[in-house]
Design a protein around this ligand. Structure first.
Ligand code: AMP
Ligand code: MN
Ligand code: MN
Length: 332
């Protein structure tokens, strides 16, 4: 299904109250998209009251203008005329879901294949696009762009593409990135400080996850988990675990990487990544989650072994299908 761009300023022109939010446990694309949208609308529609709400983002994103104005109490004063949901569908809005439900008009911009139809009255969902930030940038009237908005968009795009190296990076992604760096912000510093730099505890957790990882299915799968005790020991949250699954994925010979951490008693948040042919969004969707073809997530109940068994069954099905298909094409 193809979805057309819409006229953002036209859709918001009569709105006195605009509310922007994104998914729970916000990542770089979510924070970048929301703050780019926030800055842009404040500038383009100075009469409107624009608010942005998110669960507390990682401190590294403080370099984006508007970071301090993010409301993590989700306070609403008065009616919301336009709600803009970015980088997710409504069920991942967390505390903002109710505000979304009561808003007069709902706009949804996203790139998750698991949200193909969109959940708003106005939808712009393009699966396969690098990032929501890239989609959001496409909606902006260039006359309102400035260096700080460019920086927010760039962070979103850079984070969701693993710094422009995952397969979701298109020629257009790179053309836009080129346009953005012309605004003059210090992009090498931005990349180091928001993406590569790790705290000592984050590196320790990465080290432990790698050390304790297990390969299976003839080395085609790799799994690792961090339990509650370890998280508590390092006083760590989900923000400290970013990047671990990506490091697991680039293990030579691996097609599919699974990283999980305990979110409760017998409850795990699972991150999935694949390299070439396993569609992990399907695996995650099977367990009520979602995401992209090469990066997806879900939450599962059970012991570590239950979770690994359940997930790997779904992966194995796809691997078998792939093996059959390869055999068929080999015979041609
Ligand atoms: P993660 O490994 O949690 O960072 O997720 C990888 C990708 O899948 C990100 O783009 C997430 O936004 C998305 N994702 C993770 N969990 C879910 C979920 N439960 N439903 C839909 N998408 C998800
Ligand atoms: Mn995201
Ligand atoms: Mn995204």
């Amino acid at each position: 299904m193809s979805m057309e761009k819409f006229n953002l300023l036209e859709e918001c022109k009569d709105a006195a109250n605009i509310f922007i939010s994104g998914h729970i446990r916000p990542d770089g694309d979510c924070v970048g998209s929301c703050l780019a949208m926030y800055q842009y609308l404040r500038k383009a529609l100075p009469e409107a009251k624009v608010r942005v709400a998110l669960e507390e983002p990682a401190e590294v994103f403080r370099c984006i203008r508007g970071f301090d104005e993010i409301d993590n109490t989700y306070t609403v004063d008065g009616d919301v005329d336009v709600f803009i949901a970015l980088d997710c569908e409504k069920s991942r809005l967390g505390a903002a879901e109710e505000i979304f439900a009561n808003a007069r008009k709902r706009i949804n911009v996203d790139h998750h294949v698991s949200n193909e139809r969109g959940c708003g009255d106005v939808n712009y969902v393009v699966p396969g696009f690098s990032s929501t930030a890239e989609l959001v940038y496409g909606l902006f009237d260039k006359q309102y762009m400035d260096e700080e908005i460019a920086k927010a968009v760039y962070i979103g795009m850079a984070h969701d593409t693993g710094i422009f190296r995952y397969s979701n990076t298109s020629p257009e992604t790179l053309r836009i990135a080129a346009e953005l760096i012309e605004y003059g912000f210090d992009f090498p510093e931005l990349i180091d400080e928001t993406f590569y730099e790790k705290t000592y505890a984050q590196n320790q957790l990465l080290g432990r996850a790698l050390l304790e990882s297990i390969v299976f299915m003839n080395g085609k799968c790799i799994v690792s988990a961090i339990d509650k005790k370890t998280l508590d020991f390092y006083n760590a949250t989900s923000k400290d675990l970013e990047g671990i699954v990506n490091q697991l994925r680039i293990t030579k010979g691996v097609e599919c990487a699974i990283f999980m951490y305990m979110t409760g008693n017998l409850e795990y948040k699972v991150s999935l990544r694949s390299c070439k042919y396993v569609d992990v969004s399907k695996v995650a969707a099977f367990f009520g989650g979602g995401g992209h073809v090469r990066a997806a997530g879900c939450t599962l109940n059970g012991t570590f072994y239950d979770v690994v068994n359940n997930i790997s069954k779904q992966i194995e099905l796809q691997m078998k299908e792939h093996a059959e298909e390869s055999k068929e094409t080999d015979c041609l």
